[in-house]
Design a protein around this ligand. Structure first.
Ligand code: TRP
Length: 358
């Protein structure tokens, strides 16, 4: 069995540093380790349309934005196939067949769907496509024989759903699909980076994101506006580290040499936290430190982004070629399933064989 990695994102906005620490960074590491046969990254525009059907322009714009984000963090198109979901027609076919083996009750039980439905306030008017997107996502995964799915923990119910579909399909039609497994980010502090305002979710609609494409000045401004400890009023006051966004972000972004380079008067994060708790350490100082670390991390990202923005035709060709490659692989899976379902009527004459010679 080949080792196939697949993951993806909805193109509903530019990617932010929460995406970066939660998934993009580890994708680049995986890519550079090279321990795989195929590595796919999907821009999930069909899924994005399930709750943006009335705004296809937004999805369209963000296909290029997300591709730029991928390339600028160091995803290498010679090692990873980046593709656009809607261009792989086999996925629609798989989704359709998988629908038959999933009950409505099962999709309604999906915890991610439940909370998303509440959040979007569809009320009684839930689009069928939205409710069933976990089934389409099972197609995304199995359509390329992917078994390793690096995702955030909010996606675990999707992977579980995909595994169930694989078992059902294989149980009914014989061994056809591979069971995928989720791979979660290693660093716990990074699994879900909160917004700069302290809200548990970093999201475009809350306006609390730092984007990968933000310039230095914007990052500085955003860090300075970050939620810290509201009771830490004077520098001498003892401060709280828990729930203080600057420390939450430092837990995630601080590297071994960060102190030496940007704040040499402290040895490490433990020492900095102790000083803050004790009192005598001001917010501006820790914010400047965080901003320096973030800007250092983002500098090469900005540089690559600039290159690709200036060579946008390259980006277009990468997506086009990636989508063609992905389509070929998906067609193989579709044909396998059709054969095992015995609906490959026109590939052989079995359908009429019992009449022949009558
Ligand atoms: N649902 C994922 C998200 O919102 C995006 C996605 C679509 C995906 N298809 C996928 C992720 C397949 C992993 C595998 O982030």
């Amino acid at each position: 069995m080949d080792k196939v990695i697949l993951t993806g994102d909805r193109p509903t906005g530019r990617l932010h540093i929460g995406h970066y620490v939660g998934s993009l960074r580890s994708r680049v590491e995986l890519q550079n380790k090279g321990d795989y046969d195929k590595f796919y990254i999907m821009i999930a525009d069909v899924q994005a349309l399930t709750d943006n059907w009335d705004n296809p322009e937004k999805v369209r714009q963000n296909i290029i934005e997300v591709a730029l984000d991928y390339l600028s963090v160091g995803i290498d198109p010679s090692k990873v196939t980046i593709f656009v979901q809607s261009g792989v027609k086999g996925l629609f076919e798989l989704t359709c067949f998988y629908m038959d083996v999933v009950t409505l009750a099962r999709v309604q039980r999906n915890p991610t769907i439940k909370s998303e439905l509440k959040m979007r306030g569809f009320g009684e008017s839930i689009p069928c496509g939205f409710l069933t997107y976990p089934i389409s996502q099972a197609a995304d995964i199995t359509g390329f024989d992917a078994t390793i799915i690096p995702v955030g923990d909010d996606q675990l119910p999707m992977i579980e759903q995909a595994r169930e579909i694989v078992r059902s399909i294989n149980g009914i039609y014989g061994e056809t699909l591979y069971e995928p497994e989720a791979v979660l980010p290693e660093n716990d502090a990074c699994r879900r980076l909160p917004g700069i305002d302290g809200n548990a979710k970093m999201s475009k609609s809350l306006g609390n994101c730092i984007y990968l494409s933000d310039d230095e000045e914007t990052v500085n401004k955003k860090v300075m506006s970050m939620y810290t400890d509201p009771d830490h009023i004077r520098v001498e006051d003892p401060g709280k580290v828990e729930g203080n966004m600057v420390f939450t972000y430092l837990d995630c972004f601080c590297k071994e040499d960060s102190f030496e380079r940007f704040l040499p008067e402290f040895k490490d994060l433990d020492e900095l936290k102790a000083a803050y708790k004790k009192g005598g350490l001001g917010d501006v100082k820790i914010k400047r430190f965080l901003a320096a670390i973030l800007n250092d991390e983002l500098a090469p990202v900005r540089e690559k982004r600039k290159y690709y923005e200036e060579h946008i035709n390259e980006v277009f060709d990468i997506l086009k070629k990636g989508t063609e490659d992905a389509s070929k692989h998906c067609d193989e899976v579709v044909n396998r399933l059709r054969k095992n379902m015995k609906i490959d009527y026109f590939d052989n004459k079995e359908i009429i064989s019992k009449y022949e010679g009558v």
